[in-house]
Design a protein around this ligand. Structure first.
Ligand SMILES: [Zn+2]
Length: 248
């Protein structure tokens, strides 16, 4: 089981990932060649999306266990969603779940995203964006989102300003997702979940205040941490092997 970010063409095993500057990169073929080079040519490889695999692990063993409608949303270098709808992990032929590349920032405040669109959620609410936006605003280099969170806790007004923009966009995104597919639980992960209740509590309050008729989701922390993607890759490969054994 191997996981990568980006859009995975499951049929051809190619990957497009703007953050890695991959365009139609033949990842599956290269993995197969590498495995063949070791002399073992019939080892099947499962190539999956890192966030969907993380969601799969959270669904099987973590914060989403027991749900049939839910979402895993890691806020890391980028933002993508693993969407569980009516018991299935939605892949959309490899294209689904790109909530991070939906527009939530308008007008002059919209920044150009790595994906080519303007005002994406990812440009303000990823862990990388928090650090970048703090530096752009103050001219001060920071050691990632963690330092911005420390500054926020210490009462720094610039940290509070970039944090507020991130929260507002995230609440908009969670309300949109809730309205469309009615999750009972949303598990937030990635680097930013290190902020814990400082992140979760305003998201819960913001979503609660906004919704009217929608079913209110529980908003919780993901539990598998940095290893969610790796665990999901292993679980997916394991389950695929089980399935193939059954079909023999
Ligand atoms: Zn984008």
């Amino acid at each position: 089981g191997v996981v990568v970010p980006g859009v995975i063409d499951a049929e051809h095993g190619t990957v497009g990932a703007e953050n890695l500057e991959w365009v139609g990169t033949p990842v599956l073929a290269e993995l197969q060649a590498a495995v063949r080079a070791t002399g073992s040519d019939d080892v099947p490889i499962v190539l999956a999306h890192d966030v969907r695999a993380g969601g799969y692990a959270e669904l099987r063993h973590g914060a989403l266990a027991g749900t049939t409608n839910s979402m895993f949303l890691p806020l890391g270098t980028g933002i993508a969603a693993a969407m569980v709808v009516d018991g299935s992990l939605v892949s959309g032929d490899g294209y689904a779940g790109e909530l991070g590349h939906s527009k939530f920032i308008y007008g002059d405040a919209a920044e150009l995203c790595a994906c080519g669109q303007w005002g994406c959620l990812e440009t303000v609410a990823s862990a990388a964006a928090l650090a970048r936006r703090y530096t752009a605003r103050t001219g001060r280099t920071v050691d990632g989102a963690r330092e911005v969170m420390e500054l926020l806790a210490a009462g720094d007004e610039d940290a509070a300003a970039v944090w507020q923009v991130a929260l507002t966009a995230l609440i908009d995104a969670l309300v949109l997702y809730t309205t469309l597919v009615a999750p009972t639980r949303i598990a937030i992960g990635g680097g930013l979940i290190g902020a814990g209740e400082t992140l979760l509590q305003p998201l819960r309050e913001g979503v609660h205040a906004r919704i009217t008729f929608q079913r209110e989701p529980e908003i919780v922390a993901a539990v598998l941490g940095d290893e969610a993607g790796c665990l999901g890759a292993a679980r997916m490969a394991w389950d695929r092997a089980d399935e193939e054994e059954k079909n023999v």
